[in-house]
Design a protein around this ligand. Sequence first.
Ligand code: SF4
Ligand code: SF4
Length: 390
Amino acid sequence: MAQVDIEELREEMLQCRRCGLCREAVYEDKGFNGICPVWENTSGFETGAMRGKIMVALALLEGRLERTAENAESLYQCTLCGNCAQICPAEFEPNRVIEQMRAVITDIPNEVRDSLADKTLAKDNPYDEPVGKKREWVKELNFSIPITGDTIYFAGCTAALRNPRVARNTARVLHKAGLEFAVMESEPCCGSVMMRTGRMDRAVENAQSVSKQLKEAGVKRVIVSCAGCYKTLKKDYEELGIEMPEIVHIVDLASDLIKQGKLKPQSIGKMTVTYHDPCHLGREMDVYETPREILTAIPDVSLVEMETHHDQAKCCGAGGGLRSYDPELSKKIAASRIEEARVTGADVIATACPFCETNLTAGAEVAGSDLGTLDVVDILVKSLGNDSEK
Ligand code: SF4
Ligand code: SF4
């Protein structure tokens, strides 16, 4: 998404038939309802679901609603999870329209959106952590990782700064497979948060800089463990026409390494795992099976599915900037997902995104649940007999 064509955007929004399928009674044939996680976890105002958001967006665009922060608020109360797009019968992608709408209302003040962009551009991360802190996780490994190489592991801001266990366990998996890889001295931010929250202007500037840095460093392949980084670096950058090296998600790579016999998982005892599909990995990038293949390749691990999974999986509540705009709602959504996992009888809910895992862990606290939350690499690394965490 480069420049948004406002007339085209309006035409797309007019495709909404106001049928309300995005709000409730979806997948009735399959026995479950209420697919929008925001609608399910808010107090029932029409703007909680996509139909209401589209009406607000159209009214703002057509000047029928004053362009104030209050009037635009519901457009940010959405994780952009894309679940409504799965059931919407109209000829448009509702979540994409909301993302585009956010990019055309940058004149409407929004403190969260702008401070996230300011921090990201100033410090290469949206968490306001000092520049350079993103490589500190490497220090706790018992092997060294160079700072340059053809292949890099791009941990991403969340794994590097908020969930370093995932970064270290990913590095351990790569090391165990004998793969040569580097971790940049100053890893840039992919800019996902700016794209989702509407600062597309600044995200494009950032993306050009990321591409330049990777090119200058001679990088040919980038391995990621974050679903958001993966979608951004691979799909969004391509749509923007930004040149990038090969981008690979660790679950695709690790699954291949297992098939090639370069990783040989061993039993870690009986464990029942349910897998949470990150929206940006599943619905956006069509990666559903490789994380499940990794889990089922580990002897004595059984996989059970939640009521919603694969392309219908409910969101963890973290995406689309919601974790920053409305942390309480974001955690409440995560708690609902935890409940969905709990009733499967699984010991652990595993995922393939450090951002989802962080929010699911917060959701487990809200729900008062002792269900384990892990990344697929956390379980894999244990089965490889490596030193591991958690
Ligand atoms: S967004 Fe789609 S599903 Fe929702 S009311 Fe409009 S047409 Fe129906
Ligand atoms: S994208 Fe997700 S959170 Fe947003 S309206 Fe659709 S289903 Fe709800």
